[in-house]
Design a protein around this ligand. Sequence first.
Ligand code: FA5
Ligand code: MG
Length: 432
Amino acid sequence: CMATSVGAADPKGVLQINGQTYPTDDWTNVTPKILSYLGANKHVQRNHPLSILRQRIVNYFYAAYRNSRGNPLFSVYDQLSPIVTVEQNFDNLLFPTDHVSRARSDCYYINRHQLLRAHTTAHQADLIACGLDNFLVAGEVYRRDEIDSTHYPVFHQLDAVRLLTKETLFGRNQDLEIFENDWQLKSKTSAIPETSSKCLDQTKQVCHTLEAVKLMEHEMKDVLVGLARDLFGTQLEYRWVDTYFPFTQPSWELEVLFKGNWLEVLGCGIMRHEILQRSGAHNNIGYAFGLGLERLAMVLFDIPDIRLFWSNDSGFLNQFSEENLQKLSKYKPISVYPQCTNDLSFWLPLGVEVDTGFACNDFYDLVRTVAGDVVEQISLIDRFKNRKTGKSSLCFRIVYRHMERTLTQAEVNDIHKRIADACVENFRVEIR
Ligand code: FA5
Ligand code: MG
């Protein structure tokens, strides 16, 4: 019932998505299976753990920031279309043209110009250009990635932007400035010298004053630690880790100590002024952050496997309720069904090299398309080149497990066979 051809779209073809027609080209790599997630909207589904977590975070921001009349300052966008342009996902956010995140092997492209957003930050510049200055964006994002209990090609993010003016940032100290020297006068048109391009650089952007950046950093970190305490409890241990994003500088990740491990919760930073400048917010300074809902929800609800968020099983869904958002219930496994492991080895076509000529992500996508969610994990366990024949061999270990029942060996063998056949057809390999 599912198409088995992955990434090899008809160059003259089109894709129909929600009644809209999109041209495909040699960049198209979105699969029918992936497209089936559009509109699932788990983050707004009643009583779904992702929706409960989203509401908790939104409520925290509503309470943390109010205007003089007592109304929430932040507005929320949680139903924006995940189909975005390369400009929205990358260019507007100042990703260098050769940045690795743009690769076909990492994103789901509809064609050369459009893709399924890889982060909810893709909407940032547009919303600022609309005149918004305090907003949250929640939705699902799509990334081609490895397969295990914490990675899934579709997961959910929540992003935030807060812009301040000189008046809101400095209050009574209006003799302070956001911008160095005459930057404010020039900043509508002049190019901002780049202080960093692709590497870690924790210095402030040259256009900002140190006092503006320090105040922003302080407010942002305060509010984010407050959020982490609201979710994990006031006793929480946390740390800030320096990091790099193309669209913020300086940038940090917040990590929290949970059951003995440091867990990355979110990325954040002072927004690159060029983004604000291009979106008509040249008088503002802003902070932004983005967090992953699944990763937090797995910890907060004790959910052991990321696939459970897609379960329609009432045994799973009935365990959660949004009646009392302050009380997060822990997940109780219904039962654990056995795993079934099968290896798949094949020879690559002559001339295709093991390390350069074969993208494992293509294989993972093909497996997802053919087998769906019964595949729990895939690992590359062996690769070598036969000196005599010149052919290269790969061996993948595939772990099968159904979330709701026991799979029979015959069923697993049948799925395994279909994966092998699809590999022969799509990659012209020879099963060993
Ligand atoms: C981003 O996506 C940035 N757009 C976040 C950001 C926004 C930074 C605004 C600064 C300003 P990153 O790829 O690290 O960054 O993902 C952000 C969060 O999403 C991570 O902290 C993590 O919580 C979650 N996340 C990332 N990858 C995965 C994954 N494969 N599975 C589950 N959660 C993930
Ligand atoms: Mg990260």
